[in-house]
Design a protein around this ligand. Structure first.
Ligand code: GRF
Length: 198
């Protein structure tokens, strides 16, 4: 069976991207990362891509603060098709994906979010959980739809909120689980896609 081709979109450090690469290296994911895309110049995820010899480029978002312009999404969708991408993985990507990409990859775009959705969508979800006095938090991998962190849940992992937690400590505990969860969820989606029963 051929390897699945993944594209990864990220705005930050890319530790989840790294966990996907590590799972591939360990033989746990029959996949390859075809390309990485970022909206943040100099983002560490771009450096990680270049370290691993994976093509990476900036998205055409310059001048659009939080938006991912439709034209840029259309162009990306075309590029992903040319690259033969099977699955698009958002990994810390801070812009909303809309119609051109969603239509081009129905149920083939995943996101990882640092809370137990549907609780605490949006930014700094770990801080939202602390502020709300939640007893536990965690992370979710879900299919992406046109909403913010609203698509169908694929997998979740839970972590406790501990006495004395700071936002940083809680986020670090959640990230440990993210790095296990994302490769496992990708494996599950690829398995179902191959069987045609997703
Ligand atoms: C993760 O916590 C992810 O859940 C959220 O953004 C963070 C990205 O971290 N969407 P990294 O860039 O993968 O290290």
């Amino acid at each position: 069976m051929r390897k699945a081709r993944l594209a990864v979109l990220g705005s930050g450090s890319g530790s989840n991207f790294q966990s996907i690469l590590d799972a591939i290296d360990r033989g746990e994911l029959h996949a390859e990362v075809a390309a990485v895309f970022s909206d943040v110049p100099g983002a560490r995820i771009l450096q990680r891509a270049s370290l691993h010899g994976i093509p990476a480029r900036m998205l055409d978002c310059a001048g659009f603060r939080n938006k991912f312009p439709e034209e840029a999404q259309r162009k990306l969708a075309e590029e992903l098709k040319v690259l033969g991408v099977d699955l698009v993985c958002l990994a810390g990507f801070m812009r909303l994906v809309k119609k051109p990409l969603l239509d081009a990859f129905p149920r083939r775009i995943l996101n990882i979010h640092p809370s137990l959705l549907p609780r605490f969508p949006g930014v700094e979800a770990w801080k939202q959980a602390l502020d709300a006095g939640a007893a536990e938090s965690g992370c979710t991998v879900h299919f992406v739809d046109a909403g913010m962190d609203t698509g169908a849940v694929i997998r979740q992992a839970r972590v406790p909120v501990c006495p004395g937690d700071t936002p940083e400590k809680l986020h670090a505990r959640i990230q440990e689980q993210e790095h296990l969860l994302y490769p496992a969820a990708i494996r599950e989606v690829l398995r179902n896609a191959a069987l045609g029963n997703d």
